[in-house]
Design a protein around this ligand. Structure first.
Ligand code: HEM
Ligand code: HEM
Length: 464
């Protein structure tokens, strides 16, 4: 009995669909957290709610869902779509790919239930218990194996720069996951904090950033019709990301309980990160030459360029807030929450949306159901994010200067908390817009899969 053949790109398709389900869940959790921060009695109406729906349980459920349920699988979809296309070959094993795609969501679903039940490691972004971490590491290793075998089987000799970035992530992601989640859970004090922030900044710097930048470099020539402006610049960006990103952990602990030299060792590479960021900006602007008029009609390009712009702005904001002076005001305030959402949602989130809108029609042979809904998704996301972020940045500055004026305890502290109420309401309003954008997106993708106009193609594989 021969095994039933699995259609090419099924792995990418499953990652796209599951990431959207996680996105919706993550945003519902986000809104619960946002409402609880305005009205702490919300969802405390009986003992069961009081035990399970606490801020301390819902917040890590939100961060884990959006980072590892939505954003990571969205970029796994980019791995599994873009790599075979660039290599002009099929995936080494679609069966293994499909297994890893379903298993990823299944393992994370179990992990979410455990977090909900209170089985958390009390370290930010490493909350998943060890029994979840180990299968996750195995799954990442299996995905990397599948894709590296695909690259080894390639029919195209040239390794386009996106493959460099994606290959990097395949080596770094399992490595940083192990460093961040295994030893960090077994040490305590400053050592634990230092390991935790090495993990935090590297999941950002050597997973989401190269995955997002690799996707930008793939989409730019496709969406503009121009060749990439400079391969050399993109490779300088690649090597400087590795050289400078991994040292950034201590900038999360500036003015904190670590030695001064360690803080400075985190601040200097934060400034040097301007180099890889500029390479992306220069390449985006260079490749756009003569194609700016396309932004008006090409919504995928609009998503991608806006994402690239917010990535750039995050990396202007980041070095500024890592300096000792500004950090003394902004650390521990809502400012950081605004900063965190800029690259993750408005930056690499929008790039992931662009990638999904680009790849899905080519995978399933159907056009996006509604361009109007796509435009709604764009504007709800961007306007919602701007309301959310400016509320957080203003609140953060007021909070930071308020505390510096000595209002850190007693009635004065409470007055600061009360004065921030309006900004928390604005955050929930902005977040509601972002959530409505995500619903529009999910509905559009559902209709595309079920009722999108068929694209008449002989060959279901997209041309390079
Ligand atoms: C040049 C680039 C960047 C620099 C120098 C930088 C710098 C910083 C600094 C100093 C903080 C700590 C703020 C504080 O707690 O006082 C921070 C927080 C954070 N950054 Fe960045 N950032 C950069 C880019 C990015 C990017 C690209 C991402 C996402 C892909 C990101 C995601 C975050 C997140 C999630 C936090 C919050 C971490 C937490 O919960 O404590 N940053 N960043
Ligand atoms: C894909 C989209 C999103 C991503 C990737 C994301 C990511 C994050 C991250 C990394 C943090 C931790 C920030 C820090 O510690 O500095 C966070 C916290 C939070 N997020 Fe999101 N988020 C997303 C969407 C949303 C939405 C739509 C809302 C709606 C209001 C929201 C509301 C919150 C809230 C309330 C917190 C807790 C901040 C606090 O404790 O004050 N997020 N999110």
């Amino acid at each position: 009995m021969s095994a039933v053949a699995i259609r090419p790109y099924t792995t990418a398709k499953i990652f796209i669909y599951t990431s959207i389900v996680w996105l919706l869940l993550g945003m519902i959790l986000a809104l619960l957290v946002a409402i609880k921060s305005i009205h702490p009695d919300f969802l405390t109406y009986n003992r069961w709610l009081q035990e399970y729906f606490t801020y301390g349980r819902l917040r890590p459920l939100h961060t884990n869902t959006v980072l590892f349920g939505f954003l990571s699988p969205a970029y796994f979809a980019m791995w599994f779509y873009i790599i075979p296309v660039l290599c002009k070959t099929s995936l080494y094993s679609e069966r293994l790919g499909v297994f890893t795609a379903w298993a990823w969501s299944a393992v994370y679903a179990v992990g979410m239930v455990m977090l909900f039940m209170g089985r958390q490691v009390p370290v930010e972004y490493s909350e998943m218990p060890l029994v979840i971490d180990i299968p996750i590491i195995i799954l990442v290793a299996l995905m990397s194996y599948n894709l590296i075998r695909t690259i080894l089987n390639r029919k195209e000799r040239i390794l386009y720069v996106t493959l460099w970035y994606f290959l990097g992530t395949m080596v770094w992601l399992p490595g940083i996951y192990i460093v961040g989640n295994i030893p960090g859970a077994y040490v305590s004090g400053i050592a634990q904090t230092s390991i935790a922030y090495t993990w935090v900044h590297n999941i950002i710097g050597i997973w989401f950033t190269p995955a997002g930048v690799g996707t930008i470099y793939y989409l730019m020539p496709k969406l503009t019709g121009n060749p990439l402006y400079s391969h050399k610049l993109s490779l300088i960006g690649f090597w400087t990301i590795i050289a400078f990103y991994i040292w950034n952990g201590p900038h999360h602990l500036v003015n904190g309980p670590i030695p001064l030299w360690l803080m400075k060792a985190g601040i200097i590479p934060s400034i040097l990160l301007i180099i890889p960021v500029w390479t992306v900006l220069a390449n985006v602007i260079g490749t756009m030459k003569g194609a700016w008029y396309k932004v008006a009609e090409n919504l995928e390009l609009k998503f991608m360029l806006t994402g690239a712009l917010f990535y750039f702005l995050s990396c202007i904001q980041g070095p500024f807030q890592s300096l000792m002076g500004p950090n003394a005001v902004l650390h521990f305030t809502y400012w950081t929450v605004g900063h965190a959402h800029m690259p993750l949602f408005a930056g690499f989130g929008l790039v992931a949306f662009a990638g999904i809108y680009y790849a899905l029609p080519r995978i399933i042979g159907r056009q996006i159901y509604s361009r109007a809904l796509m435009n709604w998704h764009y504007w709800l996301s961007v306007v919602g994010f701007l309301i959310f972020a400016f509320a957080m940045w203003l609140a953060g500055v007021l909070q930071g200067f308020g505390w510096m004026d000595g209002n850190q305890v007693g009635a004065a502290f409470v007055r600061i908390v009360e004065s921030l109420h309006i900004y928390l309401i604005a955050r929930a309003i902005g977040g509601t817009f972002m959530f409505l954008g995500a619903i529009t997106f999910a509905w559009n993708i559902y209709k595309t899969a079920t009722a999108g106009k068929q694209i008449p193609v002989e060959d279901p594989l997209p041309a390079l």
